[in-house]
Write a protein that binds this ligand. Sequence first.
Ligand code: DX5
Ligand code: ZN
Length: 224
Amino acid sequence: MPVTTIPFTDRIIAPSLLAADFSRIADEVGRARQAGADWLHLDVMDGDFVDNISFGPAIVQAVHDCGPMFLDVHLMIRRPDHYLSRFIAAGSDLVSVHVEAAHDVAETLRRIREAGCLAGLALNPATPLDECLPYLGQIDLLLCMTVVPGFGGQPFMPEVLAKIEAAARLRSERGLAFHIEVDGGIDAVTAARCAAAGANVMVAGSSTFRAADMAGAIANIRRA
Ligand code: DX5
Ligand code: ZN
């Protein structure tokens, strides 16, 4: 189902490949699919915008070639505008760019949609929602980071909950239509708190890929 027709009350679970076993990527993608993942979240890090390097368009393409799966690509890179077309060509379904990165945010979001992808806007825990206000009318998803980006396995930051609530309030006041995604330290317990605040897209790395029972972990996040 296209994301734009999914109600904001429906929960979407997006395991983050960053927590997968990189030596057997195709098997891991299959495992996520079998376990009931709705989307796959792909964390792209450039060693500049964040203090870590993950992977680039070639890996996004390889995951795309593993078979049908909605690819939620999170660009934690300084110049998303420069690399955007390569990630779109690699098979991204949704591309999120950071409001703090060095680019013309409105123009990058416009280009994402023009290419037929869904547009996401991400913000770090310390960034006020105000910085995203000019762009809320041109996004399909607002990605509220619930950890400082760069690494998986960090603890959830509850202070972001107020921002999620404010974003959900603004959405209904202004009649806007974007999903609210949370990313970092999400498990069944923190997902329930985020859902209560207004988020419906749950990115979860460690708590899904590293769980003994991935299907059970995803089901728990879905009904928490
Ligand atoms: C953090 C990444 C996250 C990360 C989440 O920089 O954006 O997507 O993979 O990992 P967990 O769920 O382990 O916190
Ligand atoms: Zn992410």
